[in-house]
Every structure is written in structure tokens, then in C-alpha cells.
Design a protein around this ligand. Structure first.
Ligand code: 8OZ
Length: 366
């Protein structure tokens, strides 16, 4: 039997991937149309990266209220669905697979980005001490208002509608973004969720919204086509919990009935240290999940190969390396040099630092 490595095919549930080099979700703020419609520049960007086993798109707001940064795309309007359809068509023509990341920012927003200038919504009226980009400058996020109990079914319905829209846009699946301190993570954690109804308090109550959303999204997509992203030990966007291990054990144990395509975890601090208080915490959580596991956070070629070879992960999601190397899987396979990403062009702007990084073939021809 051929040995399993980073470059062999894998099934994420019903999503068949040609290799295990996954493109991590990357916010790039190129949807400058005020309505958050994906544009032709984004078509080029994603087409260039179709060699990934699976592309997980940038976080995409499920509703106008779910937006927290200027120029991020949405999946709640017909024009957005049409824009994404061009992207899924281009990736499929190039032989790739692409999954949409469903996102609601919750309290990580600013009144100027919200419909009618209203306050962002959150589990509780507790502001995060972080900033966002409003289209002109970095600004402190606004104080949110607590969602009313009777509004929660509407938020779940927004996830359902977005999941239907993603299907209409031709995606191969969806990933529910429950990481990095956004709405679902805010509900999970006791630092941001102090509700006294059935969506706050006990672990069972704090995890209820996540499971409700998974119910809705898997109902739309069916089994083995929905993934989930978590960042159990990150404090990204001012998130905190007094005891994350039992919380996330409950989450991961609760995933069994959903028949997810994959579980995708940010290991350690998002974009930062991989060191955890409990060295085996991630491995312990992973053991509780029966499906495919995608590891993320600071992996290089060697760490990725080692993670798959040892069975610590089934696949590895690369973020920053995919920004600067559209043909990353090929480069990793050949052990070819990598281009360095330029942080000045990560967020916003045009083609520069977005679609102008060369492939190996382009470098050879030059
Ligand atoms: C960087 C900048 C803005 C948003 C995340 C969606 O951390 C993001 C994000 C990352 O998950």
C-alpha cells in the first residue's frame, strides 16, 4: 500500500480532495463593492489556488449584521451568490474543490459597518477590547447589545439561508466558523456570554447556539459536507473562558450525530504561539472526533509532513504560505523555495500582493 503523506488524496466526508494541503480561510478585504459582492479579481485569486486539496474561502458574512470589517464578502444576497458562482466555476474548471466559510462576527464590529448604524449583536452587552477596520482607519469595536431570546431563531435562520445560498453558488461544502472570538465563539465562552436564559450559563446552554446552527446547516447540506472550525485555546479578538477544556470536550463529543466532513482547529494562539497550557490538549480533543481532522497554525513543510505521517492530523491548512504561493502544494511536494508574503498587502487594496505572486512555472519562464 502506498504510504499516506501530505500529497496523497483524502475524502473529507463526501468532499474528495486530491491532496492534504488545504488553503486556510484568509480575510483579504478585496470585495470593495459596498454590497460585499465577490469580484473578478477574487475569481483570479481563487483560481490560482485551485491546486489546494480544498480551498476554504475567506470568512463570509451570513447577514448584513454579521459583518465586522470593511470590504469582506457576504453570502446573503443574490448578487453575492452570482459573484461566488463565478469563483466556484473557475476553481472547478481548474480541477479544485472549494468550501465557503460561514461567518457572523457578533460583537467584533462597528456601528458604521452595521445596518442603519445600529449596535452590533452579541450574547451579552460586553465590548471586546479590540479594533476593526472601518474602511478608513482602525477603530475600537462598538459596544454590542445582547440578542433578545426571541431573536435567536432569526440568527439561526440567517445561517440556514446562507447555507442554501452557498449551495446555489456551487460550493463543494461549507465550513461553520466558530473560532477566533466571533459570534459562535462568543456564545461558547463565559468571558463573553453571561446570559441567564437557555443560551447562557452551563456548558450545555453556551454550546446550544453552535449545535442549533449545525442542525440548520447540516439539514441544508446533508451529511459529510459540512466542516467546523474551532480555536479552543486562542484568545483572538478578546475571547476568554475560565475553563476551555471541558467546554470544548463537550463541543467535540457533541459533533458525532452531525456526520461532519471535517473538524478544523487553530492549534494555540491564532497566528501566534502553538504552545498550550496542556501540551496534549489538542490531541485529546482530536481523539474525541471520528472524522477527518485538519490542523492549522504555523505549519511549515516539515511540520505538515510530520503531522500527516504520524497521524496527528489527516490534513494541514496553510494560511500565510498560500498568500504568497498560489501553487503551494506543488512547491511543498518538490521542496521548492517559497515566496514570502508581504503583510502590507494582506488586507484591502487590489491585485498587488493578491494575484501577482508567481508560480514556479512563471518563475522558470521569467
Ligand atoms: C484577520 C482579519 C480579519 C478577520 C479570523 C476572519 O481571524 C478572521 C479575520 C482574520 O477568523
Amino acid at each position: 500500500m502506498a504510504q499516506t503523506d501530505l500529497f496523497t488524496p483524502i475524502s473529507f466526508g463526501r468532499i474528495e480532495a486530491a491532496n492534504r494541503v488545504i488553503m486556510a480561510p484568509l480575510t483579504r478585504n478585496r470585495a470593495q463593492d459596498p454590497d460585499g459582492v465577490p469580484n473578478d479579481l477574487m475569481v483570479d485569486y481563487y483560481r490560482q489556488r485551485a491546486g489546494a486539496g480544498v480551498i476554504i474561502t475567506e470568512a463570509t458574512q451570513i447577514s448584513p449584521e454579521g459583518k465586522g470589517y470593511a470590504w469582506t464578502p457576504g453570502i446573503h444576497s443574490d448578487a453575492q451568490v452570482a459573484g461566488w458562482k463565478k469563483i466556484t466555476d473557475a476553481v472547478h474548471e481548474a480541477g479544485g474543490k472549494i468550501v465557503l466559510q460561514l461567518w457572523h462576527v457578533g460583537r467584533i464590529s462597528h456601528v458604521s459597518l452595521q445596518p442603519d448604524g445600529q449596535k452590533p449583536v452579541a450574547p451579552s452587552a460586553i465590548a471586546a477590547e479590540v479594533q476593526t477596520f472601518d474602511g478608513t482607519q482602525m477603530v475600537d469595536v462598538s459596544e454590542p447589545r445582547a440578542l433578545e431570546r426571541e431573536e435567536i431563531p432569526r440568527v439561526i435562520a440567517d445561517y440556514r439561508k446562507a447555507a442554501e445560498n452557498a449551495k446555489a453558488a456551487g460550493f463543494d461544502g461549507v465550513e461553520v466558523h466558530a473560532a477566533n472570538g466571533y459570534l459562535l465563539d462568543q456564545f461558547l465562552r463565559d468571558g463573553s456570554n453571561t446570559r441567564d436564559d437557555d443560551y447562557g450559563g452551563s456548558i450545555e446552554n453556551r454550546t446550544r447556539l453552535l449545535f442549533d446552527v449545525l442542525d440548520a446547516v447540516t439539514d441544508v447540506w446533508g451529511p459529510h459536507l459540512v466542516g467546523l472550525r474551532l480555536s479552543p485555546f486562542s484568545n483572538a479578538n478578546g475571547i476568554s473562558d475560565s475553563d476551555p477544556m471541558p467546554l470544548f470536550r463537550h463541543v467535540v463529543e457533541g459533533l458525532a450525530p452531525y456526520d461532519l466532513a471535517f473538524l478544523h482547529m487553530v492549534e494555540g494562539q491564532t497566528g501566534g504561539s502553538r504552545d498550550l497550557e496542556g501540551a496534549n490538549s489538542i490531541a485529546d480533543l482530536r481523539k474525541l472526533f471520528r472524522g477527518a481532522y485538519i490542523a492549522n497554525n504555523g505549519y511549515d513543510r516539515e511540520k505538515g509532513i510530520e503531522a500527516v505521517a504520524s497521524g496527528a492530523a489527516d490534513a494541514v491548512a496553510y494560511g500565510r504560505p498560500f498568500i504568497a504561493n498560489p501553487d503551494l502544494p506543488e512547491r511543498l511536494k518538490q521542496d521548492a523555495p517559497l515566496n514570502d508574503p508581504d503583510p502590507a498587502t494582506f488586507y484591502g487594496g487590489g491585485a498587488e500582493g493578491y494575484t501577482d505572486y508567481p508560480t514556479l512555472n512563471a518563475e522558470k519562464a521569467a
